[in-house]
Design a protein around this ligand. Sequence first.
Ligand SMILES: Cc1cc2nc3c(=O)[nH]c(=O)nc-3n(C[C@H](O)[C@H](O)[C@H](O)COP(=O)(O)OP(=O)(O)OC[C@H]3O[C@@H](n4cnc5c(N)ncnc54)[C@H](O)[C@@H]3O)c2cc1C
Length: 383
Amino acid sequence: MPWAAGVRQPVIAVVEAADAAEVADLVRYAANAGLTISVQPSGHGASGDVAGVILLRTGRMNRVEVDPARRTARVEAGARWDGVLAEAAGHGLTGPSGSSAAVSVAGFVAGGGLSRFSRGHGWAADSVRALEVVGADGRAARVTADTDAELFWALRGGGGDFAVITAIELDLLPIPHLHGERTLWPAARTGEVLRAFRQITATAPRELSLWVTRSRTTVAVEVTHLGGAGDARDLLAPLERLGGALSGDRAPRDLAGPADAVVRAGRSPFRAELLTHLDDQVLDLLASAPPPLHLRHLAGALAEADPARGAGGILTEPYLLVTGPALPDGLAPHVSGRKPYTFLAPGESAAHAFPPSPLARLRRIKDARDPHRVLRANFPVHQ
Ligand SMILES: Cc1cc2nc3c(=O)[nH]c(=O)nc-3n(C[C@H](O)[C@H](O)[C@H](O)COP(=O)(O)OP(=O)(O)OC[C@H]3O[C@@H](n4cnc5c(N)ncnc54)[C@H](O)[C@@H]3O)c2cc1C
């Protein structure tokens, strides 16, 4: 059963691979038998598009090796962010995880990955230096920008349609320059919290990331600052002036902790949208919208052109919104229609995640690398 427990998976077989050699054997078997494989380490991104496929589980391939001198980690395909963060923390390092540390690093970076550090460092996939893969022909390769630029580009944001990733080498960040906190108010203060959020994010440096999560009873602000606690205080003054917080945790936070409302939204149907702006009208609509509601400031490095970037490309919309399955009334004119690949929901397609030109490039790469459709991502580029 996938993590997204409501999604039905009428597969023909489930295979647990112990290592890259077993992955290659399975891919060759499927290619010869005219079958299709979908990799699913955890099912956090399960779309249900798996009728008749072989589901490949990678959970046993979960080794994490940190190289403190180079500040890198080599992470096997089934390793989850919690494993990477725990191993990295022992060396004073951390990695670009998102709001759930239970998702696999491979699934996260294959879809680009919006991390707590994305405003400063771009997509999590931008931290990837090399990928060990098994191609749709069953051959193993180590892929970098120099050895295979097209595949390297596609697998860092275009999803898992092009090869099976067996291990990832990625850059880590030093923890001592990191400050995080989480403050909770009663849900009735949502409007005021959102106004303070807007004021701070209008001029926030890229080192500062704010996420707001509203549940039925509370509204929480999570802060991640790539810098000291003192600098963060000045930047966060509009929130401090609000007063009346139920609780506040200003110690360096456990970055593995989940944002509660998104967890619930993920288990049940959810919907993600990119907001083009946050004017008074949008703020009022969000403040009166039913929970769950999760709002993230994006922009910074995500909005900048970077020739080394993967298929996620530039994200110009300044805010990400995650809600229950129905978009709150009145918001439709204020969203762009694009969605980050890792936030696609069942029923949506890769065409929601990519503008026409990168989507066409991804489709060409798919046709060249997997003409017989041996591999299928949760959101295939050809749908
Ligand atoms: C509670 C929750 C919080 C989340 N928070 C964030 C967040 O902050 N930022 C963000 O960007 N996303 C977030 N997501 C989305 C999540 O990152 C994606 O759903 C991601 O794809 C999950 O990866 P997985 O491998 O754990 O899931 P799975 O459903 O097991 O895999 C998803 C897809 O990844 C691909 N894939 C996985 N492993 C491989 C591999 N070895 N080789 C090739 N392809 C592979 C496959 O195409 C597969 O269909 C969140 C999801 C949930 C449920």
